[in-house]
Design a protein around this ligand. Structure first.
Ligand SMILES: Nc1ncnc2c1ncn2[C@@H]1O[C@H](COP(=O)(O)OP(=O)(O)OP(=O)(O)O)[C@@H](O)[C@H]1O
Length: 353
């Protein structure tokens, strides 16, 4: 019987409950022990942390590989560095420069995105336009025609902001929506998932895509009965918790598991995450971490069982993690298995030239 970490009701799991091969236990002398699997059956909030170069993206890739070949789940990988393209080898769809529908963002999200206070004249106009129209072109028309109440300067300001959003090239009437994302996976008869390659996008457009996809996935899970349970895997997550994607990600973290949406965030800077991102995580995979601020941020948001042993047991080599399993309130030293598709990350080295 393989050992599965993350099971909510240990010992009472269904024999057919799905899990993924994560690696092997690591003994104190560094030797490898029994195989370790991770629960993929129930929804989870996961956090992968560690210093640069110690394997966060690699670990996220291992998780994506396991999800890609698991029935009943649909991984959606947010890839800001463009390093997860090799998941196509397992049948994942890699979407370069993903685009989203304008109405995948709620009116409030439009104001946040454009840096407009909702109660400012231009903000109120953008809000009305987002509520009234489903496309960005339609919103701009709405603003141009709003000649009754809004004065010229307000219309111009609102349109300047919308024009900037237009220039990002991430909004399209036929853009990716969560329901299409999950439906297309069903049509294709595969659960291999999707990689959203955001490399080359600036922070605002990348955040716009992530906010739209996260809130759309959440709404889809709440209002429908998703045919597959989505897993949102986010690399360099601090860039999104720090940006306008944050409200949607917080909602997923605090309320996503109930309707079936999982989120796994990877970051080298846990101290840059809101405490809720740490406290909500029921799976914590910690690679080597030395910054005092990051260790303190983890300790402050975690229950007491973590503070007592966590720091001393953190691993020292790339590919090793301390796995904190909330379900059993236990901590395990694990060596993450090797990738089955090529890893696209890692630092460039002059020696390799
Ligand atoms: N489980 C593993 N098995 C074998 N090698 C690994 C493993 N994890 C990491 N490595 C090695 O460590 C290197 C760095 O890993 P990775 O790119 O995931 O780091 P990172 O923590 O995401 O760094 P960054 O913050 O710079 O993105 C990889 O290129 C790989 O060579």
């Amino acid at each position: 019987m393989p050992h599965v970490l993350g099971r909510r009701v240990p010992g009472e799991d269904r024999p057919d409950a799905v899990s993924g091969h994560l690696g092997a236990y690591r003994a104190r002398d560094g030797s490898s022990g029994a195989r370790v699997r991770i629960d993929l059956d129930g929804p989870h909030a996961g956090l992968v942390v560690g210093k640069r170069g110690y394997g966060k993206s690699y670990t996220l890739g291992v998780l994506a590989e396991e999800l890609a070949r698991t029935e009943g789940v649909a991984p959606v990988v947010v890839d800001p560095m463009g390093i997860f393209g090799s998941l196509a080898d397992l049948g994942a769809e890699v979407v370069s420069r993903p685009r989203v529908a304008a109405d995948a963002l709620a009116p409030r999200a439009w104001c946040d995105l454009l840096g407009l206070a909702a109660d400012s004249p231009a903000g109120a106009l953008v809000w009305q336009a987002a509520a009234a129209r489903s496309t960005l072109a339609g919103m701009r028309e709405f603003v141009a025609d709003a000649d009754t109440k809004a004065d010229r300067a307000t219309r111009r300001s609102a349109d300047n902001h919308l024009s900037l959003a237009d220039s990002w090239g991430v909004f399209a009437a036929d853009g990716l929506t969560a329901s299409e994302l999950l439906a297309s996976l069903v049509d294709a008869g595969t659960s291999a998932g999707t990689v959203l390659d955001l490399s080359g996008l600036d922070s605002e457009p990348a955040n716009a895509v992530v906010r739209a996809v996260a809130s759309d996935l959440y709404d889809h899970c709440v209002t429908g009965n998703p045919t597959r349970l989505p897993w949102l895997l986010i690399d360099e997550a601090h860039a999104f918790f720090d940006g306008v994607a944050s409200p949607a990600l917080r909602t997923v973290l605090t309320r996503g598991r109930q309707p079936g949406l999982s989120l796994v965030a990877a970051t080298q800077r846990p101290s840059a995450l809101p405490p809720v991102a740490i406290s909500q995580a029921d799976l914590l995979l910690a690679h080597r971490l030395t910054s005092r601020a990051d260790l303190d941020a983890l300790a402050a948001a975690r229950p007491s069982y973590l503070a007592s042993c966590f720091e001393d047991r953190l691993p020292g080599a790339p590919g090793e993690v301390l796995f904190v399993d909330d379900a059993t309130e236990s901590v395990h030293a694990v060596r993450i298995r090797e990738r089955q598709t090529p890893h696209g990350g890692g630092s460039p080295s002059a020696t390799d030239r």
